[in-house]
Design a binder for this molecule. Structure first.
Ligand code: FES
Length: 77
């Protein structure tokens, strides 16, 4: 199953399916066999980039509704 990312209202990004999470040097995280993971969106996790539920007590407020984005800006030649 391709990766599916769900934006949780007032919470994390939930990723499920087939995915790999890497750092900026392309080193993969060992997720210990997890097939579902949540990434912090509030910035308050003590286990970044993963969610540790800090969003529940820090007042994070971000409800998201899916929408259409404009086309990407053309890259300079
Ligand atoms: S979204 Fe859960 S700790 Fe940040």
């Amino acid at each position: 199953m391709p990766a599916k990312i769900t934006i949780r209202n007032n919470g994390p990004l939930r990723i499920e399916g087939e995915f790999t999470i890497v750092d900026q040097d392309d080193r993969p995280f060992d997720l210990g066999g997890r097939t579902v993971i949540t990434l912090c969106r509030c910035g308050q996790s003590n286990n970044k980039p993963f969610c540790d539920s800090a969003h529940k007590t820090c007042g994070f407020d971000s409800a998201v509704i899916a929408r259409v984005l404009p086309p990407p800006a053309p890259k300079p030649a």
